[in-house]
Design a protein around this ligand. Structure first.
Ligand code: RTP
Ligand code: MG
Length: 148
């Protein structure tokens, strides 16, 4: 099983998309093994998006993700990193396919509703930034034998 880090960004929370997004992840077959609503401090936002430091959009990205509460999650499943990125869609909602979260709910790159880890290394790093090991739980989905 693989774990990935997912975050519903402030616009997703303010636009009341939490339930819709969680529902899509659950219905796909993914398992939420940790979740919290929180307000990100600037320092955490900068560390989370450290790979983008120095890029022209970095400042607006940090102010965007610290502008209101977010919902942070650890999501588990076989091939979860790739599967969640597919559900999320392209970075720019104008290019994201219909049926994806960004394709269905976003209008522009600076308000693209959701974050998801892009590799096993990012997932491990981001999960550790947002969650302590004892905040991640283990349980079986009732349909696990039918998913795999
Ligand atoms: P994320 O990390 O949030 O899941 O998004 P991503 O992998 O699809 O895209 P990434 O390249 O990591 O960019 C991180 C976030 O920065 C904002 N962004 N703005 N040209 C721009 O104005 C621009 N490019 C990126 C987006 O919010 C993007 O999700
Ligand atoms: Mg990214």
């Amino acid at each position: 099983m693989e774990r990935t880090f997912v975050m519903i960004k402030p616009d997703g929370v303010q636009r009341c998309l939490i339930g819709e997004i969680i529902s899509r992840l659950e219905k796909k077959g993914l398992k939420i093994v940790a979740m919290k609503m929180m307000k990100i401090e600037r320092d955490l936002a900068e560390r989370h998006y450290a790979e983008h430091k120095g890029k022209p959009f970095f400042e607006s990205l940090v102010s965007y993700v610290t502008s209101g509460p977010v919902v942070a999650m650890v999501v588990e499943g076989k091939n979860a990193i790739k599967i969640v990125r597919t559900l999320v869609g392209a970075t720019n909602p104008a290019e994201a396919a219909p049926g994806t979260i960004r394709g269905d709910f976003g209008m522009e790159v600076g308000r693209n509703v959701i974050h998801a880890s892009d590799s096993p290394e990012s997932a491990e790093r981001e999960i550790a930034l947002f969650f302590k090991p004892d905040e991640i739980v283990e349980y079986r989905r009732i349909d696990e034998d039918w998913l795999y």
